[in-house]
Design a protein around this ligand. Sequence first.
Ligand SMILES: Nc1ncnc2c1ncn2[C@@H]1O[C@H](COP(=O)(O)OP(=O)(O)O)[C@@H](O)[C@H]1O
Ligand SMILES: O=P(O)(O)O[C@H]1O[C@H](CO)[C@@H](O[C@H]2O[C@H](CO)[C@@H](O)[C@H](O)[C@H]2O)[C@H](O)[C@H]1O
Length: 450
Amino acid sequence: MPETAATTTRAPDALLPLLAPLLHPWLPRQRWFAGKGRRVTGFSLDAATELLPLDGPGPGLLHLLLRVEQPGRPAGEPADCYQLLLGVRDRLPPRLAPALIGRIRQGPLAGRAVYEGLRDPRLAGLLYERLRTPGRAGPLRFHATRALPGGLAPRVLDAEQSNSSLVFGDAYILKIFRRVSPGANPDLELPLALGRAGCDRVPGPVAWFETADATLGVLQPYLHGSRDGWRLALDALAAGRGFTAEARGLGRATAEVHLALARALPTLRLPRAETEDLAAAMDRRLHAAAQAVPALLPYVPGLRTALAAAGGAEGAGAVQRVHGDLHLGQTLRGSDGAWAVIDFEGEPAKPLDERRRPQPALRDVAGMLRSFDYAARTHRPWNAQWAARCRAAYCAGYAEVSGADPRADPALLRAYETDKAVYEVVYEARHRPDWLPVPMSAIQRLAAPA
Ligand SMILES: Nc1ncnc2c1ncn2[C@@H]1O[C@H](COP(=O)(O)OP(=O)(O)O)[C@@H](O)[C@H]1O
Ligand SMILES: O=P(O)(O)O[C@H]1O[C@H](CO)[C@@H](O[C@H]2O[C@H](CO)[C@@H](O)[C@H](O)[C@H]2O)[C@H](O)[C@H]1O
């Protein structure tokens, strides 16, 4: 693969002391920073690539794979690795002032402003140009599956969540993974497989970039004019409208995706010992969660009972690749009314090999059922009936396409809902403490006898 332009891979030892004082206060404030609530005790660099020189006349663009040391890491596990794209300029134009991270204090680059490179259209445009022109830049490899148009204006998507996304000319969206783990990211792997299986519910990747062992970013068609299921659900609630037709359509779309994943990738029937392992893993997650969020402690015995069903329930052993973090915010309804499913990364807090493991398709169904509950709970007054009707319509739509009604295995569904609600408690405690009561109300329900 050709080196597509002059690229310097900086000696990390020289850069890190200059950047560390700036990154130290900035990093924990980012929504996508997964290590919230734990001190940052040090940094190291896996790679530092100058996509544009830092000491040239124009803005520099520095790509970093940064390891962040924090206490409490299990023995033998590496520190979390984050992908950063830093802009470096002498003078920051006023429109980029909000993107400032800090100014370098010493060395040959002293006085230069370091800022979020993705917020600079010039630098974001350069990244897109790299994707259009497959090749290498230091350790970074760029791939494209088709010819892509040039000259598309970039903008950052402000709905910043676990990752960062850039839209180019309302034609393509580039997701930059923030926490990077070795292995194929399912957000590239699954949409590619779904495309091969002829599933048109998922926008297919048209370009991506990676290192030898990790996926770093994926470009896919931007569904211009679409609205996400979460916003649509909240709008319906605010207007006092039901959402059952939409929920049924979502159930149908989920089943189509599951059927296509089962065609494209292996499905398995696990022996009882292995389903017991799945249930044991849920139990371990519950205990870890209760340590992290003590409010869970009184509910642990009841939740354990609900989780145990995952070991022995009827359908527990039928597993396949799944979405892994399905909720209303991962669905988009186009102007034609058709639903698309996005973000196949799985739960960002879980290790990659766990996210890629085949699981019962009910895991995704349970995720979406939780989401209807979330939407209803964020509305005042709480509209329990609205959620119940959506949940029933979603399951009915799913059954119409797949031939299997998720409600036929209530104990298994409840186990997966419980696992999801436990995950949500930890997620909210870390990222949005004000939202903690939402999954806690589900915890109370799920911990009570069925
Ligand atoms: N193909 C797409 N077309 C239109 N909007 C999209 C598309 N993919 C993602 N989005 C928008 O970007 C947001 C973030 O994307 P997502 O994949 O969920 O990222 P994250 O992993 O950061 O949660 C979504 O909520 C959605 O609004
Ligand atoms: O979309 P992400 O991959 O970043 O997923 C994470 O963030 C979600 C919130 O943005 C979180 O979802 C939870 O909140 C939603 C409402 O904001 C709700 O619809 C979901 O049902 C609920 O799980 C998700 O869990 C987390 O992984």
